[in-house]
Design a protein around this ligand. Structure first.
Ligand code: SIN
Length: 539
């Protein structure tokens, strides 16, 4: 058994920020299932929404966030996250993160942050590093982690399950006391004890057939928290990004909303701009509206995609501001300076997750959740673009303070280790998985059924079909889990099935359309009562 003062599961912006802060107080293990930079953060193009300009205000950012959230945001959480943002941005700048700057007009060569604009924002407030902001932040954080001796980064390690006092039959309050972790190279499961376990595992885009997310986004944190007994909230609110590149060889390549912020226009196959029919902000309307409009246009015209047109912008500007997208499109034979980009909506962001307070504390003592895996109340029924990196930074900072207050370090250092002797992982008589085809088949089936039955437009009948099919799949997968040696593929499949079922159950329980949840059976928003988050409890 290994012991750490803090265990962080996940290596995106929230997990790495937490680890850096926690390392000032104790030993930290960061567990990440592939390479350290394999995270949603590293793929983020748009940037970080934060009030840094004198033309902007916290009040406006709060208002934009609440409007997008369609009545379900926790206003206190929104205010805290928005107002603590600038201090966290200063910390990123101190770490060496290079956001784009521009010359102040008439300012004698002085520069200021170059702020981008995205859908739903009333002001320019997106800090960005060209169109690879996430990569810039991720690499700066990883450099800082590598220079911090008290952090052990365990890559190619996947968390199997949280260890709780209840699961081990301890006669104490139920709490998290560690985690079982699969070392993917040796195939062994190691036991890690810790009184402070932080989920920073990101989202679950891979539960859908089409997604802008990397392969690691399999909902591991939500699934583990659910099995451990934490409360899961608002999982029906899956954000579909309106513009993912449509090309048979290009999977999961996002076309940032910042292109529309710079004047990009959505057109149908005949070149007609169509968003004016759906919203006064046209192509810059909130994401849920744009994604639904594209879905409706595709269904109406029978076309496989729509087009994002930026050809009226100067080519030099486009190449300098969006070099990554320009190069990537060119690789698929699309010169965005001369021709419209074919795009389709794709699953992008999990707005719900493990219920936490504004300090990242979950309902289970010893367990914290930060970043996309958490449901803090910031996003409500629909996330405002680029609010997520901001939330990850603020929550990581607050959760570190909270974990130290909940479990004061010195006392626990002695206490926890003598209190909990954790048993080793029992693998019994299990064999190697005999038929990998079962895993791949089930994986595909879940992603396709979620896309077809639990997508942008839902109905009760489709949701019920999905629920019935998922129950069978979960039983089959559970049998596999008990009878065969655990592998990353099997663990991810088990987590995907759990998260898919949580999305369906949450969607079935909301009998109205609100934000990202749109159902033909209840097409109106029910404003008779104050809106409530959907909360699912296992115990
Ligand atoms: C984008 O660049 O369009 C994505 C930004 C976000 O999802 O916050």
């Amino acid at each position: 058994m290994e012991s750490y003062d803090f265990v962080v599961i996940g290596s995106g912006i929230a997990g790495l920020t937490f680890a850096l802060k926690a390392a000032a107080h104790g030993r930290v293990a960061v567990i990440t299932k592939r390479a350290p930079a394999d995270s949603n953060t590293a793929w983020a193009q748009g940037g970080v929404a934060c009030v840094t300009s004198t033309e902007d205000s916290f009040e406006l950012h709060v208002r934009d966030t609440l409007v997008a959230g369609a009545g379900l945001c926790d206003e206190g959480a929104v205010r805290t996250i928005v107002s603590e943002g600038p201090a966290r941005i200063q910390e990123l700048l101190a770490l060496g993160v290079q956001f784009d700057e521009r010359e102040v007009p008439g300012g004698d060569g002085h520069t200021e942050l170059d702020l981008g604009r995205e859908g739903g924002h009333s002001k320019r407030r997106i800090l960005h590093a060209h169109d690879t902001t996430g990569r810039e932040i991720e690499m700066s954080l990883l450099r800082a982690i590598a220079a911090t001796p008290d952090i052990v980064l365990l890559d190619n390690h996947m968390a199997v399950d949280l260890i709780t006092a209840a699961k081990l039959g301890f006669a104490t309050e139920n709490r998290v006391i560690g985690v079982y972790v699969l070392n993917e190279e040796t195939g062994e499961v190691v036991t890690i004890e810790s009184p402070r376990v932080v989920l920073a595992t990101g989202g679950c885009g891979k539960v859908y057939l089409y997604t802008t997310n990397p392969n690691v986004a399999t909902g591991d944190g939500v699934a583990m928290a659910w099995r451990a007994g934490a409360v899961i909230a608002n999982m029906e609110f899956i954000q579909f990004h309106p513009t993912c590149l449509f090309h048979p060889e290009a999977r999961s390549f996002l076309i940032t909303e910042a292109l529309r912020g710079e004047g990009g226009v959505l057109r149908d196959a005949r070149g007609r701009s169509f968003m004016e029919k759906y919203h006064p902000l046209a192509s810059l309307a909130p994401r849920d509206i744009v994604a639904r409009a594209i879905d409706a246009e595709m269904k109406r015209t029978g076309e496989k995609c729509v087009y994002l047109d930026v050809t009226d912008k100067p080519a030099d500007f486009l190449k300098a501001r969006f070099p990554n997208i320009y190069e990537n499109c060119l690789r698929y034979g699309i010169d965005l300076t001369r021709q419209p980009i074919p795009v389709v909506p794709a699953a992008h962001y999990q707005c719900g997750g493990v219920r936490t307070d504004i300090d990242g504390a979950t309902h289970l003592r010893g367990l914290y959740a930060v970043g996309e895996v958490a449901s803090t109340g910031l996003h409500g029924a629909n996330r405002l673009a680029s609010n997520s990196l901001l939330e990850g930074l603020v929550l990581a900072h607050r959760a570190c303070g909270r974990a130290l207050r909940d479990e004061p370090l010195k006392a626990n250092h002695v206490d926890a280790r003598s209190r909990y002797q954790l048993p080793e992982w029992q693998s019994g008589q299990v064999q190697d998985v005999d038929e990998l085809v079962v895993i791949y088949h089930n994986w595909d089936e879940i992603r396709r059924l979620m896309w077809d039955y639990v997508g942008i437009v839902r109905t009760d009948k489709r949701l019920q079909r999905a629920a019935a099919r998922l129950r069978n799949l979960q039983a089959e997968i559970q049998e596999f889990y008990w009878n065969f040696k655990v592998t990353t593929d099997l663990l991810e499949l088990r987590n995907l099935a759990t998260v898919a079922a949580l999305i369906v159950d949450s969607a079935l329980s909301r009998r109205e359309s609100r934000g990202l949840h749109y159902t033909l059976d209840y097409p109106e928003t029910d404003d008779r009562f104050p809106p409530r988050p959907t909360e699912l409890r296992r115990f």
